[in-house]
Ligand binder design. Structure first.
Ligand code: SF4
Ligand code: SF4
Length: 397
């Protein structure tokens, strides 16, 4: 996951977990990834891959701020270092604001898959996704969407579920599927500890960690451990239930929703489709604009820096003992409450960065979203099993 602009962005979303990295990592907002770092990264990344498919993910900040010339270089270096039999693919995660016909034509020509950040219809999107001067961004994003559609560029919707839009599940889902025309949707719950700008995950003060379900383990309380815009765990459960019901009734097989697809796949005994429901972490390193490498996009803190590609081989960092410990830690640090959970193999304690509360018995390391995740599976698991059984029977024919 490469971040060629670092944390630099052209808007200022209230809930952004990355903007503050400029201060934390002492970044210069006026410079992006240099040609030397870019070439080195692309060469090493391709070199370290044995499989046929090599996927680059370009994220930010806002990667389109690098300009089209930078992405022409991306494609040029990829073609230069591509090995026989390899297929190179690119994902671009963008807020859509700079996407115009030129961009869309480039993305189409080079088969980029676009992930578009959008939080629902206008009033919900504009709640937190604002410009630096506090102006709404919905219309600009929709202009970008129109350009993508004119050039038939495939795009996914990346939707941050926050304290506000979580309360409007059907408005969000119907907008995405019926107005935006998205057929692949990623819902990402917004969970931000109040001290996320300075304190790395797992470095929290143990004595201030509340028990799941308590007043401080929810947003809105004066002493809450999360920001005001973080999703309420119970709202997260209600959101998923409402969307799941709508999806099963109307869109099964037509629309893919990341959390539902992976639940069905995992029930069928297949690997998780997304990292947050996997048994282990560690496969998605983050590459900052100066070539610094971190364990994960959500762990870009000095405590989790593995090195720099200018001085250490990317493959060495990816398979280092430190990174292995990071990856296996997801399972090894599960509290007993999770180990005894009927949904363990569908959830695996969700993302470790969200394990900021205590289990009911007081043990540390439970996921903040747990009440919502449990409520969702209490409702949806029988149907997930049903869908998995139908698919397995079809495959067996
Ligand atoms: S820490 Fe979270 S985002 Fe990173 S790989 Fe693990 S589950 Fe995924
Ligand atoms: S639903 Fe809750 S208890 Fe069960 S595995 Fe997930 S986080 Fe742990």
């Amino acid at each position: 996951m490469a971040k060629p602009t670092g944390s630099t962005c052209n808007i200022d979303c209230t809930y952004c977990f990355y903007l503050h990295k400029e201060t934390l990592l002492h970044q210069d907002r006026h410079t992006g990834m240099s040609d030397e770092v870019l070439e080195n990264f692309i060469r090493q990344y391709i070199d370290s891959q044995d499989g046929e498919q090599v996927v680059f993910s370009w994220q930010g900040g806002e990667p389109t701020l690098m300009g089209l010339a930078f992405f022409h270089k991306v494609v040029k270096f990829q073609q230069q270092y591509q090995k026989p039999g390899q297929r190179i693919e690119n994902d671009l995660q963008t807020n859509g604001i700079l996407i115009n016909d030129q961009w869309a034509a480039f993305l189409k020509e080079h088969h980029f898959l676009v992930g578009l950040s959008i939080d629902g219809p206008r009033e919900l999107h504009d709640r937190y996704r604002l410009t630096r001067s506090g102006k709404p961004t919905f219309d600009k994003v929709m202009e970008g969407v129109a350009a993508l559609k004119r050039h038939q560029v495939p795009f996914n919707a990346l939707v941050t579920i926050n304290r506000t839009n979580a309360r409007f599940p059907l408005e969000v889902y119907r907008f995405l599927t019926r107005e935006l025309g998205a057929t692949y949707i990623q819902f990402n719950p917004c969970v931000e500890p109040v001290d996320f700008k300075s304190t790395a995950p797992q470095f929290w003060q143990d004595d201030s960690i509340p028990v799941t379900g308590s007043r401080r383990a929810k947003p809105g309380d004066l002493d809450s451990i999360v920001t005001d815009w973080s999703v309420d765990p119970d709202d997260w459960g209600r959101f998923l239930i409402a969307v799941f019901e709508e999806w099963v009734n109307n869109d099964l097989g037509r629309v893919q929703v990341n959390l539902f697809e992976t639940a069905v796949a995992q029930t069928m005994g297949m690997p998780a489709q997304i990292c947050i429901t996997s048994e282990f972490c560690g496969k998605g390193l983050a590459v900052e604009k100066n070539g610094d490498i971190y364990s994960c996009d959500h762990y870009v803190y000095p405590e989790y820096q593995l090195g720099n590609i200018e001085t250490t081989k990317l493959a060495h960092m990816a398979f280092s003992e430190r990174q292995k410990a990071f990856g296996f830690g997801k399972k090894e640090t599960l509290p007993a409450y999770c180990k005894a959970c009927p949904y363990l193999k569908l959830c695996w304690g969700e993302c470790p960065k969200n394990r900021i509360v205590r289990a009911p018995d007081g043990e540390l390391g439970l996921n903040y979203l747990c009440p919502g995740i449990k409520a969702f599976f209490d409702y949806a698991q029988p149907m997930v099993v049903g869908i998995a059984t139908i698919l397995q029977n079809e495959q067996g024919r």
